[in-house]
Design a protein around this ligand. Structure first.
Ligand code: ATP
Length: 459
């Protein structure tokens, strides 16, 4: 089973320290969220998994970390200044604003009025000014917070190509924050104005692009399942001509069942990631190229030509780009929703178990002394925790009955609990309890680290 709705995860997150409403003590800030002690670990584990899978386990992808604020011309030539907008409507009755393409009916979701303005484009880029003396409205000081990490990769294409001596096909991966002034953020961390992306631009020969696009769709379909998300909650969606960005020739989204409570099955799904064939649009757009075929001046602001020379064919051309773009926050939400399970204990009470993949779990093992007033037991438990700390995230807890302590760890997805009891003092063994089966086995204290590591590594 998985969570019945996002609200269940909002409550769990706040109760246990995954995600908190941001600026809460000042009344919050619309749709901003802070990741707590468990949320940051889960997010880091997801990002590390992505990075390891793409950058370390393959041999054709380099990683970079480009800046959030870039030369304004990047956003001029990428097309964002002109076209990175959503259609917005205002309600003349209650003055609320809505994204026109997300309205279910032509009426205000807030007050029900049908008196809406015509849709008009609203540019989603966050504006800021750069430099100590710049006036608010000084156009030379205008800068943007990046709305995607992708452009930071395109403008570094030549830097990476020349310094890494790569040949096509190869990719450049990046994880980082992006900012969009969303008209209607909401649904917890699903849509926020500040979020984090895991994007990879894979540069290919144009004729290979359709095949390689399909390979990445299949790879990411599997990746989400490897994170523990069940296939029945995933869906592939082929974007229509009208939905696709103007530069893309094929885009497939991987959707997750974020809204299982909705009656209409079609409305249960929303985007987890998009995988697009962006053609040679981006590299061409950022290239020095005085004129196009119609004799119109193109990009004369840049200093470089981002084309590729193929040493085998002696031909120069602009590679096509296959882009798998995923959100860290939406992945984290999907992982939490899918791992959420309820189970009845022996006394018939409802218990929450977060069946996270051990690799993703924020805490790998909890050491629990069965008697907290027996010094030798506490000492042994503390020593076991200390010995494990260098190899895995371990915690010690003696602040409740053993039933409570188990329940607490199950709820945050800790795969193993280790209890130290009177017998442990005699036989130097401890009890290891499995989160999902609640089965218990006796393990010699000397063997504990190996026993846990074997079960945690790439589980
Ligand atoms: P949507 O249609 O939901 O607005 P998009 O198609 O504009 O998303 P992309 O530009 O393809 O999104 O960005 C890639 C990924 O970044 C998305 O699949 C999503 O996981 C994440 N993402 C985009 N916008 C947001 C946001 N406002 N909040 C959280 N994650 C986001």
């Amino acid at each position: 089973m998985s969570a019945e709705n996002i609200e269940t995860i909002v409550n769990l997150s706040k109760r246990r320290g995954f995600v908190f409403p941001s600026s809460d003590i000042y009344g919050g800030l619309g749709s901003s969220w802070d990741y707590g002690q468990l949320g940051v670990e889960l997010a880091n584990n997801i990002k590390q998994n992505w990075w390891r899978w793409l950058v370390y386990e393959r041999d054709d992808i380099e990683g970079i970390d480009s800046s959030i604020i870039q030369n304004r011309l990047v956003w001029k030539y990428s097309g964002h200044e002109d076209t990175f907008s959503d259609p917005m409507v205002d309600c003349r009755e209650c003055n609320s604003r809505w994204r026109a393409d997300k309205l279910e009916k032509p009426e205000c979701p807030n007050c029900g009025s049908k008196d809406l303005t015509e849709p008009r484009p609203f540019n989603l880029m966050f504006r800021t000014t750069m430099g100590a003396t710049s006036a608010e409205d000084d156009p030379t000081a205008l800068a943007y917070l990046r709305p995607e990490t992708a452009q930071g990769i395109f403008i570094n294409f030549l830097n990476v190509l020349n310094t890494s001596r790569r040949k096509l096909p190869f990719g450049i991966a990046q994880i980082g924050k992006s900012f969009r002034n969303e008209v209607t953020p909401g649904n917890f961390i699903f849509r926020t104005r500040e979020f984090e992306q895991m994007e990879m631009e894979y540069f290919v020969n144009p004729e290979d692009a359709p095949r390689i696009l399909q390979e990445w769709i299949d790879s990411f379909w599997q990746w989400f399942q490897d994170l523990g998300i069940s296939e029945k909650n995933l869906l592939k969606y082929e974007q229509t001509d009208a939905e696709r960005a103007h530069y893309a020739v094929r885009t497939v989204d991987i959707l997750y069942r974020f809204f299982p409570e909705r009656e209409d099955e079609d409305k249960q799904w929303d985007e987890l990631m998009g995988i697009a064939n962006r053609t040679d649009y981006d590299l061409k757009a950022h290239s020095k190229k005085p004129e196009n075929e119609e004799g119109k001046r193109l990009n004369s602001d840049t200093t470089d030509d981002l084309s590729y020379f193929d040493p085998h064919t002696n031909k120069r051309f602009y590679p096509y780009v296959i882009e798998p773009a995923a959100g860290v926050n939406r992945t984290l939400l999907a992982v939490l929703m899918d791992a959420y399970t309820e189970k009845e204990d022996e006394r018939g009470e409802k218990r929450v178990i977060l069946k996270l993949k051990p690799e993703l779990a924020p805490i790998k093992v909890a050491i629990l002394p069965l008697k907290k007033n027996k010094d030798e037991i506490v000492e042994m438990a503390q020593k076991i925790k200390k010995d494990l700390l260098g190899s895995m995230r371990a915690v010690y807890d003696d602040t409740g009955s053993i039933g409570k302590l188990y329940a607490r760890q199950d709820e945050i997805g800790t795969p193993f609990c280790v209890t130290v009891d009177f017998d442990s003092l005699e036989d130097d063994s401890v009890t290891v309890r499995d989160r999902d089966t609640w089965e218990q086995v006796r393990v010699n204290a000397d063997q504990l680290k190996n026993y846990l590591q074997e079960r945690l590594i790439k589980s």
